[in-house]
Design a binder for this molecule. Sequence first.
Ligand code: BES
Ligand code: ZN
Length: 455
Amino acid sequence: MDFINNYIETNKERLLDELFALLRIPSVSADPKYKADVARTAHAVADSLRAAGADNVRVNATEGHPIVTAEKIINPSLPTVLCYGHYDVQPADPVDLWDSPPFEPVIKNGNIYARGACDDKGQVYMHVKAFEAMMQNNALPCNVKFIIEGEEEVGSPNLGTFIKENKDLLSCDVILISDTSIIANDVPSVTVGLRGLTYMEVEVTGPNRDLHSGVYGGAVANPINTLCDMISSLIDKDGHITIEGFYDDVALISDSERAEMAKTPFSLDEYKQDLAINDVKGEKGYSTLERSSIRPTLDVNGIWGGYTGEGSKTVLPSKAYAKISMRLVPDQSSEKIAELFDKHFNKIAPPYVKVKVTHHHGGEPVVVPLDFPPMQAAIMAMEKTFGKKPIPTREGGSIPIVAMFEKVLGAKSILMGFGLNSDAIHSPNEHYGLFNYYKGIETLPWFFKYYSELK
Ligand code: BES
Ligand code: ZN
């Protein structure tokens, strides 16, 4: 794979221009207004795979956004790597907080600024370009398949069915995903765990109609106040979640694993400075790194009700709403946590309100064992190109399909991402380092090489 640095050098501009073309399409999966753009992005991804040399490239329609699949089978007796990624992006809102328009990529201070630059178009495109480089240099050492979806950011509602119905098309020995982070550009890491997710929505109803807060205020419970009380009771003063049974299935982390984690380079001061906060807050007895990776959480993602328009309106609203999600760790189950939440939320509702709890999407937590042989190939590949052995880390984000892949296809995933936590994914001014983009294209072929040489 020694050709790869030269290939990157020779094609540097083109590798960037092509990614920019992809970043210009606003493939926001959550907002129906962008449906045609999402479809256009699927076709652009398919075209790039075809141009890189993939066969059987398909844009598969689903009930939601399309799923792109492709493959290059050089010899059926060789192992097969299935590359997964997503071409959809999070909404760009609030757009006025961006320093440059989210779908007009620009380079500033060595970073590509655009929605999806890191999560996940930039990282998906590294796979396409690494494949292209191996094809052009006659160096693809095993079979490769691709599955690039357009609904990851909304919980992959149609991907499960698709993989169940296309087991042969997707059959593989290992899955390779770049949709995670490294610790720092000079501290490479491989991801050995992701959190799961349970996403709920609650509706609290008080009186049968909006009321005058002067006429009724003080005598009738305000559902927004009540919802706030209920929410604040979900976490106690020590940062523990109060839902009965919530921690029952949380796997204990050994002291030695915690000690290993504590060695991860991390500066609490820089962390606080980066976020402009004076202090951190979380579960008692755990470090910031632990709180954001190996411990479960509960967060309100949105809350609304009453009057939020210009000026003021003295209203005692009839209803209040919140979206609440919980990050899960092994061996918690997304379904079971949803049931526990539902039961608990109904139980704590005071008699003067009615509550309705809805379960949105979810996903199971994952761990990838360090002694899983392809993991060694990932470690060797990163060591080769970063000049340093990567540190195994557990990350706090979720990729719900990873657990599903293992269940349905019987294959584990290698989580080899190249982003940084400071890349502002899901936030205004998302960016991806040029260093990281090219480093990904450089490293992935080495994974293929070392993986093919295993056994
Ligand atoms: N790339 C992220 C997942 C991620 C982020 C992993 C940071 C590790 C570190 C992915 O695109 C994502 O945002 N996933 C969602 C899943 C959800 C919508 C079901 C998430 O984690 O919120
Ligand atoms: Zn994301």
